[in-house]
Design a protein around this ligand. Sequence first.
Ligand code: NAD
Length: 297
Amino acid sequence: MAATVIDGKAFAAKVRGLVGEQVSKLKADHGIIPGLAVVLVGDDPASQVYVKSKGKMTVEVGMKSVEHRMNSDVSEADLLAMVQSLNDDPTIHGILVQLPLPDHLNSDLVINSIDPAKDVDGFHISNVGLLGTGQKAMVPCTPLGSLMMLRDHLGSLSGLNAVVIGRSNIVGKPMAQLLLGDSCTVTIAHSRTKDLAEVVRRADIVVAAVGRSQMVPGDWIKPGATVIDVGINRIDKPEGGTRLVGDVEYESCAAVAGAITPVPGGVGPMTIACLLANTVTACCRVNNLVEPKGLTA
Ligand code: NAD
């Protein structure tokens, strides 16, 4: 039987709807408008597209959107001063510094200068530590969106075997922590993993976050498994032009899996929706208000 296609676009629209409702409530009941600030350094075209799309969706859900563009040769001191001014700004509840930063800037230093309560990307070491110890954290958006889709599709994840392919700080590791938090038995596979095919074949849940186009074939997938494809890879089309594909071979995996996320239209849209969700959550936390249900881990 063909796999159920997990429609990330529709799910993301639902999450943005919930965020919009919360924003209206915050305005009506408390006179608060959640604010998200994005700092973009340099003129990387992909980053510019992401930032534009983030700003547009922030405004669409009724939040304040602020964008600060800085030249690619900005000094670290100036960038840190910008982050500090946003930390001090009470109308800003979420701060995102778009990565990657130019090589002369220390990304860890910059990310760790963000107030952890406003760190809506969840990359600050305090949030990493909170997530790792099962405490209330700001959770990285892509793994959060992936978890939401898994919970929505499977209900309880307890006791399931989950294999996360990729061990990056922004996807693989936090994804594994979230799955562990939901009582999965978690394996993190990576570039040095021996016999990856056999490891993946044991998984009830496969999360592929590698960045290698279509590297997971259908015969690695356990029949009925749920496949979350985080990868975004641009490849050439035989007839000319390019198209986006994931880290899994969609057709062959969909023939075996129980459910699968497509690329595009799977995890991608959920990432921005979760950024907006995190901003509302941060706003509620700083104002000691009840957090919205269904928007956090
Ligand atoms: P990364 O390069 O930081 O990490 C890749 C990981 O894959 C590494 O841990 C590495 O050990 C592992 N790896 C590399 N080759 C491997 C192999 N042959 N076998 C097994 N593991 C291997 O990448 P990242 O930032 O985690 O992103 C991964 C992918 O997810 C990329 O395609 C990226 O574009 C995509 N991504 C998508 C979203 C989204 O919103 N959908 C967000 C972030 C990243």
